[in-house]
Design a protein around this ligand. Structure first.
Ligand SMILES: Cc1cc2nc3c(=O)[nH]c(=O)nc-3n(C[C@H](O)[C@H](O)[C@H](O)COP(=O)(O)OP(=O)(O)OC[C@H]3O[C@@H](n4cnc5c(N)ncnc54)[C@H](O)[C@@H]3O)c2cc1C
Length: 384
C-alpha cells in the first residue's frame, strides 16, 4: 500500500467509525495517532534517516485529502504534527533531532505549532512573547500563547517568540520548546463549536527554558521560517477541505439516488443535479489548486500558490457541506450524518492557518507587484 492508500484505510477504518465517540468522550485519540504512525503518516516529509517517509510535498499532500474525508480536525492535528516533525527533523540541531525524531515519527510524541497570541492573530508580527538570554546561550520565555491546538497533549512545540521589543519582525525567532517543564502551563481550554476531542487553548509561559541547541531559527530568521511552515500548512488545509467536500458529495449522491419522490428519485430533479454538479466542479478545482501549490512549495510562487489554494478550498468545502446537507432535506440536520459536523469544521478551515481574507491579502500583494510591471509597459502597450 502506498501512503495515500494507507491514509484512505486509516480514515475509513480507524477515524470514521470512532469520531462520534471521540466527540462524546472529549479526549484526543493518541492510540489512533500511533496507528497512523505505524503506516508512516506521522513523518511524511521527514527524512528516512529520522524515521520519516522522505516524501516531497507533492507526493504526500493527498494524505490530508483522505483524512479530511473522515474528520477535518483530526486531519488538521496530523497536519500540524507533520509540519513540526518536518521542521525539527530537517532544520533543527543534531541534539534536537536526536531527542525528537524517533518519538515524533513514531507518533509517541506529538508536535504543536504556536504562533498566535490573544492580541496577535492575522497580525502575526505583533506577538510579544519574549525570549530573554539566560547567560548560557539559551533563553527564558515569558508570555501568553492563544489558539494552541492539542494544548495539554503536545510534547514539543515549534514556538514563535521574539528576542527584543523592536517594531516589525526583525527579532522574531523560532524555538523547539519541550512542553513538560516548569514554566509551561495550559492556562485555559476553549469551549468550541465542534472538535470536542481536539483540545485548543492558551499557554502561559513563565520562565520556560530553551537551550542554544533548541533555537531553530535565530532572531532575524524566525519570521520567514514561520511563514514557510505556514505555507505548507495552508496547502494541507486546502487538501483537507477537498476531502471534506468530496465526502459530503458522496453522501448527497447516495441519498439523492435512493430518495423516492414524484414518481422517481431526487436525483432526477435537474435543480438537484445542478447543485451537485457545482460541488463536483469545486472538488476538482480545489484538488488542482492544492496539488499545484504542493508542487511549488519552497520555491518561487509557492507562497502565492498556497494562498490561492487556501483562499478557495475552505470556502468551497463550506458551500459543499451546506448544499449536500440541503440535499438530504430534514435528514441533513440530524447528527446521524456527519454533515452538521462538516459545516462546523468547514468554518474552522476558513480561519485556521490564516483566514480567507489574509489569503486575499497575499494574492493582492502579488497582483500589485505584477501591476507595477504592467504600468512600466503601459505606453508601449498603448502604441501597439
Ligand atoms: C481551530 C483553530 C485552531 C488553531 N490552531 C492554532 C495553532 O495550533 N497555533 C497557532 O499559532 N494558531 C492557531 N490558530 C489561530 C489562527 O491561525 C488564527 O485564529 C488566525 O490566524 C486568525 O487570527 P484571529 O483569530 O486573531 O483573527 P484576527 O486577526 O483578529 O481577524 C479578525 C477578522 O479580521 C479579518 N482581517 C484581519 N486582517 C485583515 C486584513 N488585512 N484585511 C481584511 N480582513 C482582515 C480576518 O480575516 C478576520 O475575519 C487556530 C485557529 C483555529 C480556529
Amino acid at each position: 500500500m502506498n501512503v495515500i492508500e494507507t491514509a484512505r484505510a486509516h480514515a475509513r477504518d480507524v477515524v470514521a467509525p470512532s469520531v462520534e465517540r471521540w466527540e462524546r468522550e472529549g479526549r484526543f485519540p493518541r492510540a489512533a495517532v500511533e496507528a497512523a504512525a505505524a503506516g508512516g503518516l506521522c513523518g511524511l516529509f521527514a527524512p528516512p534517516e529520522a524515521g520519516g517517509q522522505g516524501l516531497t510535498f507533492a507526493e504526500g499532500m493527498g494524505v490530508f485529502e483522505e483524512l479530511g474525508r473522515a474528520d477535518a480536525s483530526y486531519a488538521f492535528a496530523l497536519s500540524m504534527h507533520n509540519a513540526v516533525t518536518t521542521v525539527l527533523t530537517r532544520y533543527a540541531s543534531v541534539e534536537v533531532r536526536e531527542r525528537w525524531a524517533g518519538p515524533l515519527t513514531s507518533g509517541r510524541a506529538l508536535g504543536g505549532f504556536s504562533l498566535t497570541e490573544p492580541h496577535a492573530g492575522s497580525d502575526a508580527a505583533a506577538i510579544t512573547t519574549r525570549a530573554k538570554p539566560d547567560g548560557a546561550g539559551g533563553y527564558l520565555l515569558s508570555g501568553r500563547k492563544a489558539w494552541v491546538s492539542l494544548a495539554g497533549e503536545v510534547d514539543v512545540f515549534a514556538l514563535v517568540c521574539r528576542s527584543g521589543d523592536g517594531p516589525g519582525y526583525g527579532d522574531v525567532m523560532v524555538v523547539a520548546l519541550a512542553a513538560d517543564q516548569p514554566g509551561v502551563r495550559v492556562a485555559r481550554l476553549y469551549d468550541k463549536m465542534a472538535s470536542a476531542f481536539l483540545p485548543i487553548g492558551e499557554l502561559e509561559l513563565d520562565g520556560a527554558r530553551v537551550s542554544a541547541a533548541e533555537v531553530i531559527a535565530p532572531p532575524g530568521a524566525g519570521f520567514q521560517a514561520a511563514l514557510g511552515a505556514i505555507d505548507v500548512a495552508r496547502v494541507d488545509i486546502a487538501a483537507i477541505s477537498v476531502g471534506l467536500a468530496a465526502e459530503a458529495l458522496e453522501l448527497a449522491l447516495r441519498h439523492a439516488a435512493m430518495r423516492r419522490m414524484f414518481a422517481g428519485v431526487e436525483l432526477d430533479l435537474q435543480a438537484i443535479q445542478f447543485a451537485l454538479a457545482d460541488v463536483e466542479t469545486d472538488v476538482i478545482a480545489g484538488r488542482l489548486l492544492y496539488q499545484r501549490a504542493a508542487g511549488l512549495l519552497g520555491g518561487p510562487g509557492g507562497a502565492v500558490a498556497a494562498a490561492h489554494a487556501k483562499r478557495f478550498c475552505p470556502d468551497a468545502a463550506l458551500r459543499a457541506a451546506i448544499t449536500c446537507s440541503e440535499t438530504l432535506g430534514a435528514y441533513g440536520w440530524l447528527n446521524d450524518t456527519p454533515l452538521p459536523r462538516f459545516i462546523a469544521l468547514a468554518k474552522m478551515l476558513q480561519v485556521v492557518d490564516g483566514t480567507t481574507e489574509i489569503q486575499r491579502v497575499v494574492i493582492a500583494r502579488d497582483l500589485r507587484r505584477r501591476a507595477t510591471g504592467l504600468v512600466g509597459e503601459g505606453p508601449d502597450r498603448q502604441r501597439r
